[in-house]
Ligand binder design. Structure first.
Ligand code: ADP
Ligand code: MG
Length: 282
């Protein structure tokens, strides 16, 4: 099997303008991007840079006016192929409340596979497995709207898992959550990536959530303007800031202290400061 799961080749996408309105400027311009099977990719960029548009092109919600998006080699230019693509790439959106479709958690998770025409017995198994994978099995008979934000997002993730997609695209899934909910969602997503080999594309504006990604891309005005490992990207503190973003807190602190290299986590930051203090003393 090919090691590329999603491929953007020179993709330009422009939203339709209203009648009588001037044509819109492209939301994506000449985007070329290859997502590897099993990769954890973080997509960063300030508001309006094109992140959500890129996310929606990944599972054929939109199709580009020029260039091509391939998912497992498939182009979503017909309804049938778009359907096939949606069985490969699942989406989780920002607002957990907009994603609830049923009044009981397990029915909510079953909704996707039901629509795919999966056998009831198989659905039962998938729903249980999916809820266990996101640590929500004990909540299976609860009412989704009574759950916390982090729990709702984990139910939404279970809904994608139950469709057995190879890739999950999450568009700012933690933006509306408290720190505990953010942590629950992030650790769940990392576990699915590491233990189940699910490809993850995480759109986020929290820099700290990008630190553990395999690769980071930064978008600006519909273009990919930086990409590399978190250390490669965040070490360019001034460039990152020029695109309207912060660097992770630990990176910023170590940068401000004039420390060499790129520090991404508080633990590494503490270790560096300790080493430096030790060095100064000796
Ligand atoms: P981001 O997710 O990074 O904030 P988006 O992909 O949502 O960026 O938006 C990129 C550009 O496309 C912005 O200029 C935005 O105003 C425009 N845009 C987004 N959604 C729509 C839409 N449904 N109709 C028209 N323009 C849109
Ligand atoms: Mg967005």
């Amino acid at each position: 099997m090919n090691d590329t799961i999603i491929e953007f080749e020179n993709v330009t996408f422009t939203y339709d303008s209203e009648e009588g309105e001037a044509p819109k400027t492209p939301a994506l311009r000449n985007v070329t991007l290859r997502v590897k099977r099993g990769e954890f990719l973080a997509v960063l960029g300030h508001n309006g840079s094109g992140k959500s548009t890129l996310a929606k092109l990944c599972n054929a919600i939109y199709t580009p006016q020029s260039g091509v998006v391939r998912v497992n080699g498939l182009v979503g230019d017909t309804e049938e192929k778009a359907d096939q693509i949606r069985r490969i790439v699942g989406m989780v959106f920002q607002n957990p409340d907009n994603q609830i479709v049923a009044t009981i958690v397990e029915d909510d998770v079953a909704f996707g596979p039901e629509n795919l025409g999966v056998e009831p017995q198989e659905i039962r198994r998938r729903v249980d497995d999916a809820l266990r994978a996101v640590n929500m099995y004990e909540f299976r008979l609860r009412e989704p709207h009574k759950l916390s934000g982090g729990q709702k997002q984990r139910v939404a993730i279970a809904g994608v898992l139950a469709m057995q997609t190879d890739c999950i695209v999450l568009d700012e899934p933690t933006a509306m959550l408290d720190p505990k909910g953010r942590e629950e969602v992030m650790s769940t997503v990392h576990r699915l990536n590491e233990e189940m080999g699910i490809t993850v594309i995480l759109v986020t504006h929290f820099m700290d959530e990008a630190v553990d990604a395999d690769r980071v891309v930064v978008m600006d005005s519909g273009r990919i303007v930086m990409q590399g490992t978190p250390a490669q990207v965040f070490s360019q503190v001034d460039t990152v800031r020029r695109y309207g973003l912060d660097v992770p807190q630990a990176t910023e602190l170590c940068h401000a202290l004039g420390m060499p290299g790129c520090v991404l986590t508080i633990e590494d930051c503490v270790a560096q400061i300790a080493a430096r203090a030790g060095g100064d003393a000796g």
